[in-house]
Design a protein around this ligand. Structure first.
Ligand code: CMC
Length: 431
């Protein structure tokens, strides 16, 4: 980090303390409070980390006011339109767009790791058939450290690189296996002659009894969904991965922790919840009823796929996905899909409603992704696993950045303690 000269002064009970001010390449200035407790004896209080930068990073930048998302400086709409998922993976992992030779080498490394250890097939069989694929994914990815213990030493550069490639390569295989297991079909081995998205579709939708041809339009839409979910700076699951890995835990365990966090409906689980909500609304005439519920303080219902901690403008990923949903549904001949009609009307209704305007609540990435995934043929339970496999590269890139930082410390937040102070134990008969 560059030497800082600007300072803010904090006064506490007549004593003043200087706090360095860091100027980022983009975004608001950041007050450095690292020495605050040592010098002033106070903690800061920020539940939900609404004002706290937990790390410095060069990977992803979001301007929530403008509705801008940059990976290594490149806008997400340009990457979604001109690039493809594995190229974006390379960009996130190594910092620059690859040359043709670098890309070919990277794609070949990923492709050569798509198969999982054969013993994993038996591991899967321990799960109930009706398990949610996210439950299976958390378990199987966590178990990768038992299958690939030759890439768990976080202090070894080569092992870190192999773990990163293994995770990016095997997550689609594991997610597809979780799906096949839940529908009672045989696992389908990866095909290394197919691109990343086509191979995933092949592993999910082909069966041994019939030939399966991947529709290139569907493969492009799938790849775009992967690309749009690849990274999103210090969100809850990424912060979980960073916190877990700050103890030196192995990468497979850390990514499993990220997957567990992603599952919640306020985070990656929102794509499933959003489609279920659109189904529950069912028809355009019921929209006012659900908008009224979302605004009612006494009703826990929220419009799923709306609102964001950082975006106070439209999520740029939602803009790309809305267009993509129109294209994909038209190309698949299902453009009159009632869910898409409800989604579009609901969006318009909310965008013109004073509650949503004043709170700056706009559609987020989860609002349109489910409609595309459903049109492709995925059940809602697969939406969040698809988010997880796409985000794995973001988690891994952030993990690599953190492990490579000489300033890395174990993450250990403080607290504002409001419980009892010391008191003597009372024997049970006297309570
Ligand atoms: N519907 C109705 N009201 C909402 C919504 C919504 N979707 N989102 C926020 N609000 C209200 C909320 O009630 C609060 O009102 P008040 O100030 O009167 O108490 C205000 O807006 C601010 O909300 P918040 O919960 O304090 O904001 P947050 O930054 O902590 O939460 C969020 C962000 C994404 C968790 C929230 O907007 C939400 O629950 N949205 C629905 C779930 C969703 O779509 N999540 C996906 C997020 S994007 C992808 C991802 O991260 O994985």
């Amino acid at each position: 980090m560059a030497e800082q000269t600007r300072k803010a002064t904090l006064n506490i009970d007549g004593k003043s303390f200087d706090l360095l001010i860091h100027s980022p390449t983009a975004g608001p200035d950041v007050l450095d409070i690292r020495k605050l407790y040592a010098e002033a004896g106070v903690f800061t209080y920020d539940p939900g980390f609404t004002s706290t930068a937990s790390c410095d990073s060069t990977i992803t930048y979001i301007d929530g006011g403008k509705g801008e998302l940059l990976h290594r400086g490149y806008p997400i709409d340009q990457l979604a339109e001109k690039s493809h998922y594995l190229e974006v993976c390379y960009l996130l992992l190594y910092g620059e767009l690859p040359t043709a030779v670098q890309l070919e080498d990277f794609e070949s490394r990923v492709t050569n790791h798509t198969m999982v250890h054969e013993q994993m097939h038996y591991f899967f069989r321990g799960f109930r058939r009706d398990a949610h694929p996210m439950a299976t994914l958390v378990g199987v990815v966590g178990a990768m450290s038992a299958f690939y213990h030759d890439s768990t030493d976080v202090n070894d550069d080569w092992q870190r690189e192999v773990a990163a490639i293994r995770l990016i390569a095997k997550l689609p295989t594991i997610a597809a296996m979780a799906y096949k297991y839940s529908v009672g079909q045989p696992f389908v081995y990866p095909r290394n002659d197919l691109d990343y998205a086509s191979n995933f579709l092949h592993m999910c939708f082909s069966v041994p009894a019939e030939e399966y041809r991947v529709n290139p339009i569907v493969a492009r839409a799938m790849d775009r969904i992967f690309t749009l979910h690849a990274d999103h700076e210090q969100n809850a699951s990424t912060s979980t991965v960073r916190l877990a890995s700050s103890s030196g835990a192995n990468p497979f365990a850390c990514i499993a922790a990220g997957i567990a966090c992603l599952w919640g409906p306020a985070h990656g689980g929102a794509n499933q919840a959003c489609l279920e909500m659109l189904r529950e609304i069912g028809s355009v005439d019921r929209i006012p009823e659900f908008i009224a519920r979302a605004k009612d303080k006494n009703d826990p219902f929220r419009l799923m796929g709306f609102g964001h901690r950082v975006y106070k403008n439209i999520d740029p990923r939602a803009t790309v996905l809305k267009k993509s949903a129109d294209e994909v549904l038209e190309l698949l001949g299902v453009e009159d899909n009632p869910l898409l009609q409800v989604a579009k009307e609901l969006e318009q209704f909310a965008l013109n409603d004073e509650y949503f305007i004043s709170k700056k609540l706009f559609p987020n990435v989860d609002f349109y992704s489910g409609i595309i995934l459903e049109a492709i043929g995925f059940p809602t339970s697969m939406f969040t696993p698809i988010f997880a496999l796409s985000r794995t590269v973001g988690w891994i890139s952030q993990w690599k950045e953190m492990i490579g930082d000489p300033q890395m410390k174990i993450g250990r937040p403080r607290q504002l303690y409001l419980g009892e102070t010391t008191r003597d134990y009372v024997d049970i008969e006297n309570r």
